[in-house]
Design a protein around this ligand. Structure first.
Ligand code: BTN
Length: 332
């Protein structure tokens, strides 16, 4: 993807019309080259209006990510973090996993404007679009082996809930293990998702690539592509969110929660997690990897992050699977 395209997109970010002639003049290129660049944008899912006599315009104004602005917003602790923004990538997690294996620094954040093959949990796709989502991966290196990291994915959920509270969103909830939901007119809608990939030994040192996707301001067209009820920050807060500032807050909360996890384990954060769990004490159906469905009441969470489901046989811990609430079963 050409640098020219992202320079043009930075001009169009204001949501105003920019004539082909003015863009051509600015970059000292022909109008055909401008037209070709706009064609490249469409190939990566960026919708650009083109009106004869007026020029080109994005469907809505956007704020592009900028590593300097993210660092500025982090403030004093900025030097603790390595921050990189890339324009287009298949998946920030995939790229971060490669970089992590070749010495990429601890506490690094790799954010992308566009992901062409974003990955979700359980082999799903993660749909995102320029300016409508925040998509990034965060690298954390642990002294402990991967065997000690159960509970990690729940800890990342806590970090996101804390970050959302900081920007005034009090109603974000967790769904085990780590979806972020908002209850909207009786329907749980997904605001953000987390995909963690691990590298290293079970016993020796290990690292986690923590991939996070957040819906910022998603269009109707994008909502239609998502295979579950979704919501965005813009409609929850009724205010524009600056993605650079939001990412700065999340990076700080991630570092704080991960450090707390290293010293206290998940046990120290369990009560906070339970308080934010949308389905605590509710009747749920858990679908296991083999398709088996367990129905019961969520009674607790274990110190290593497994969900305790109470059935007539007693309480059983589950460390993987997908849960959904069972409607009309005393689930107020
Ligand atoms: C899910 O809820 O299924 C997890 C979604 C995780 C999406 C993020 S976007 C940034 C990072 N890169 C990816 O390919 N996926 C994660």
């Amino acid at each position: 993807m050409s640098n020219l395209l992202f320079s043009i997109l930075a001009d169009l970010a204001d949501g105003q019309f920019h004539s082909g002639e003015a863009i051509a003049k600015k970059y000292n290129i022909s109008r055909v080259s401008v037209w070709n660049a706009i064609g490249e944008a469409e190939k990566i899912g960026v919708d650009i209006f083109s009106v004869r006599g007026k020029g080109y315009k994005l469907t809505q104004p956007i704020t592009l990510l900028d590593s300097k602005k993210i660092k500025q917003a982090i403030g004093e602790e900025a030097s603790w973090f390595h921050i990189e923004v890339i324009d287009v990538v298949d998946s920030t997690n995939t790229l971060m996993m490669r970089k992590a294996a070749t010495g990429y620094p601890h506490a690094a954040c790799l954010a992308a404007h566009i992901q062409t093959a974003g990955k979700g949990r359980r082999g799903r796709r993660w749909i995102s679009a320029l300016g409508q989502n925040l998509t990034f991966s965060f690298l954390w290196r642990f002294k402990q082996g991967a065997a000690m990291l159960s509970g990690l994915s729940l800890v990342v959920g806590i970090a996101l809930i804390r970050a959302f509270q900081k920007i005034g969103l009090q109603q974000a909830l967790l769904k085990w293990p780590n979806d972020i939901l908002v209850l909207d007119n009786g329907l749980y809608r997904k605001l953000a998702g987390i995909l963690i990939e691990l590298q290293g030994d079970m016993e020796g040192q290990s690292l986690a690539v923590i991939g996070i996707g957040i819906n910022l301001d998603i269009s109707k067209k994008q909502i239609e592509k998502i295979d579950q009820p979704a919501i965005d920050l813009h409609s929850c807060l009724d205010a524009a969110i600056n993605p650079n500032e939001l990412l700065a807050i999340i990076i700080k909360e991630l570092a704080a929660a991960l450090s707390q996890f290293e010293s206290e384990g998940f046990a120290g954060m369990k009560e906070e997690w339970k308080n934010a769990h949308a389905f605590h004490d509710k009747m749920v159906a858990l679908t296991k990897g083999d398709g088996q469905i367990i129905q019961g009441r969520v009674s607790d969470i274990t110190d290593d992050g497994a969900l305790l489901i109470h059935t007539e046989k007693g309480a059983t811990p589950y460390s993987s699977g997908e849960i959904s609430i069972i409607k009309n079963w005393n689930n107020a």
